[in-house]
Design a protein around this ligand. Structure first.
Ligand code: TRP
Length: 336
């Protein structure tokens, strides 16, 4: 039996924030230390086209995300760490999978449906107004990412669960039609505790513009933490940790003992200003060594580039022969 393979992609839109760190990067790096499992982490740069981002932003985000994983200690000699666009076999497989993907399946994708709904609600005559094929076929590219490396488990946020299920449907149909080829993947959804709240108390997300960048320098980090929403209880009044963004974020970084200690201080009525200072100092202390390394890598993009190319080379040792097999299976073959 092949080793259990975990694979996940990170779309190259935006700067990594502490919610990404707690929800994906930290658990991903921790999991990759298990020698009994295989891990694939990649930058889904072609996926970013679905959002029509500015080219400069995509390039910058690619550098920032790669540098973040590296600075936080991902072992890129054991885990596979690459950029989707460096693996041409993924794009080829995407097209092949188009032949096994029902249009009706894509009609049901949440992200596409949300765009249609926005058009309908906005009174547009054309429900597909502004919908590009990159958005519509997004789940097929994602299926190719997953199926190419025979991933068993795909750790994703709740919003991506449907895409992994679609990859499974597509694989199943392919296997049925052409013979056993793909592994059927399964989504793994992070626990709720891993979802961090942002400055305004809603889920921390780039789309809400309420994030705290993971490697913000000390001053901006402090400033942002000071902005986190609290209620109007006065210093000395007991406070409820279960209804406090500051507490949630602290808990996501601290040990159980330290968290219990802060819980006590909430009961004693710690002032919000003081709690913000405690949180700032705690996060800053924890992030500092990685932040120095991150800044070094940002200033040396050639090193990041080398690491990604090395990762792509290793990944292609798997994807190139597998794509040959797949092409053979579908009848695209040498003639003699
Ligand atoms: N679509 C995912 C997201 O936006 C990123 C992604 C692309 C991905 N390809 C993937 C995740 C393959 C898991 C597996 O979060």
């Amino acid at each position: 039996m092949a080793r259990l393979t975990y694979l996940t992609g990170i779309t190259t839109t935006g700067t990594p924030h502490i919610g990404n760190y707690v929800g994906a990067i930290r658990p991903g790096i921790a999991a990759s230390k298990d020698p009994d499992t295989e891990h694939f982490y990649f930058l889904a740069d072609y996926h970013s086209l679905a959002k029509n981002e500015d080219p400069e932003k995509i390039a910058r985000s690619t550098l920032e995300i790669a540098a973040s994983w590296m600075a936080l200690g991902l072992d890129t000699d054991s885990a596979y760490f690459y950029r989707q666009s460096d693996i041409p076999e993924i794009a080829e497989l995407t097209w092949i999978l188009h032949g096994m993907t029902a249009k009706g399946l894509m009609n049901r994708a949440h992200s596409y449906k949300a765009s249609v709904q926005a058009n309908v609600e906005g009174g547009n005559k054309d429900p597909d107004k502004g919908v590009m094929m990159a958005l519509y076929s997004y789940p097929i590219l994602m299926a190719a990412d997953i199926l190419m490396f025979k991933a068993h488990r795909v750790p994703v946020g709740q919003d991506q669960k449907q895409h992994v299920e679609m990859a499974r449907d597509i694989a199943q149909r392919f296997n049925h039609h052409y013979g056993e080829t793909f592994v059927l993947p399964e989504a793994i959804i992070g626990e709720d505790t891993a979802i961090l709240k942002g400055l305004d108390g809603r889920k921390m997300s780039k789309s809400y513009n309420n994030t705290i960048p993971l490697f913000a320098d000390e001053k901006p980090l402090r400033k942002l933490i000071m902005k986190i929403k609290t209620n109007s209880l006065e210093p000395g009044e007991p406070k409820d940790p279960s209804d406090s963004t500051l507490f949630d974020i602290f808990k996501a970084f601290a040990t159980t003992d330290e968290t219990a200690e802060i819980e006590k201080r909430y009961a004693e009525g710690i002032a919000w200003g003081e709690m913000k200072q405690v949180l700032f100092e705690y996060i800053n202390e924890q992030i500092k060594p990685a932040r120095d390394e991150y800044n070094r890598l940002i200033d040396d993009p050639a090193e990041v580039e080398r690491t990604l190319l090395k990762g792509a080379e290793r990944a292609r040792e798997l994807s190139a022969p597998f794509l040959d097999e797949i092409r053979h299976a579908i009848g695209i073959r040498r003639l003699g």
